[in-house]
Design a protein around this ligand. Structure first.
Ligand SMILES: NC(=O)c1ccc[n+]([C@@H]2O[C@H](COP(=O)([O-])OP(=O)(O)OC[C@H]3O[C@@H](n4cnc5c(N)ncnc54)[C@H](O)[C@@H]3O)[C@@H](O)[C@H]2O)c1
Length: 304
């Protein structure tokens, strides 16, 4: 009996890369899976039937799966993806918002179309799938559901040339925290993954730096390393763990700090003078440096 027996999951962008590994692992743990993917290129253009190939692989392994090729970037697509689970398997418990594209450009060269496409698939895509799922949870009073969202260090830390992607990925972290609050009364958790894996999205970045990707690299750092924490967060074991951000990849699993006040000054009355801010702001910045130094120490890898 697997950890996800009798559970029903939707994994978006599951035709390849991280999503495919999540779909395969969840199915091997007993989940019935909707494999969603429109099968396009990394920049979001084009389409193909890779979702069906992954669904077929799950079925040939003895699991249950159906394919869905709708886009997460439109609300009608999101509704159809959620409906696929209800129609094929009679319900839905787990939503993994994984689908993604890239249109990297510096802000000097970023056209409106590059901005819109990336925000649509990532940030709006999370909304388009989560909204119909949330409505379904409320209408059916379905408890114990799970939502797993996909952010990135690009948004959580910042990454050169990715203003569109970084904005979407930071937005997703905020979205996930709000969803955690709004669905808590149904026992539904909402957590965020910040992955690091060698996929078609990241291998070219490596190769552009002149680094060759060998099969041993794919074994050590491939998308299969992201799937276990997703399956665990989808399982009953994760009840009560919500609104968190887990960074994972290459055998590492870590929890990330969330925005929090780490030092503050309060003026009893009146506005801050600029001269007072000359004194206070450097102390705030210093407190932040100390906080980061402490997190650097506590966040050093522990081998298990
Ligand atoms: N690989 C990494 O190191 C890394 C790092 C940070 C974040 N991420 C995030 O992880 C997720 C998975 O990335 P990956 O590396 O597996 O990339 P990938 O390109 O291998 O897979 C993404 C999949 O999403 C699908 N997709 C794209 N637009 C879609 C749409 N509108 N509707 C449905 N499906 C769509 C694609 O067809 C593709 O199969 C993405 O959200 C990505 O931003 C990845």
């Amino acid at each position: 009996m697997g950890r996800l027996t009798d559970r029903i999951a939707v994994v978006t962008g599951a035709g390849r890369g991280i999503g495919k590994e999540i779909a395969l692992l969840m199915a091997s743990e007993g989940a019935k899976v909707v494999v969603n993917d429109l099968g396009g290129n990394t920049d979001g253009t084009g389409g193909g039937s890779i979702a069906q190939e992954v669904a077929d692989e799950i079925i040939s392994n003895g699991g249950d799966a159906v394919a869905n090729t709708n886009s997460v970037a439109e609300i009608e697509g999101g509704k159809s993806i959620i409906n696929s689970a209800v129609e094929a398997f009679g319900g839905l418990d787990i939503l993994v918002n994984n689908a993604g594209i890239l249109r990297d450009r510096t802000i000097f060269n970023m056209e409106e179309s590059d901005w819109d496409a990336v925000i649509a698939v990532h940030l709006k895509g999370h909304y388009c799938c989560t909204r119909p799922f949330a409505q379904y949870i409320r209408e059916q009073n379905r408890t114990g559901c799970r939502i797993i969202n996909f952010s990135s260090v690009s948004g959580l830390y910042g990454n050169f040339g990715q203003a569109n992607y970084g904005a979407a990925k930071a937005g997703i972290a905020g979205f996930s925290r709000v969803i955690a609050l709004e669905l808590a009364k149904y026992g539904c958790t909402s957590n965020t993954i910040s992955p690091g894996a060698l996929t078609r999205m990241t291998i070219p970045l490596r190769e552009n730096r002149g680094e060759k990707v060998e099969s041993a690299d794919l074994e050590d750092g491939g998308p299969q390393h992201i799937a276990p924490i997703c399956a665990w967060l989808a399982s009953e074991a994760s009840a009560g763990i919500t609104s968190e951000i887990f960074h994972t990849g290459r055998g590492g699993i870590s929890i990330m700090q969330q925005p929090k006040v780490i030092k503050q000054f309060v003026k009893k009355s009146g506005l801050w003078s600029l001269g007072e801010l000359d004194q206070v702001v450097p102390q705030l910045v210093e407190a932040k440096k100390e906080n980061i130094a402490s997190a650097d120490t506590s966040g050093a890898p522990v081998e298990v």
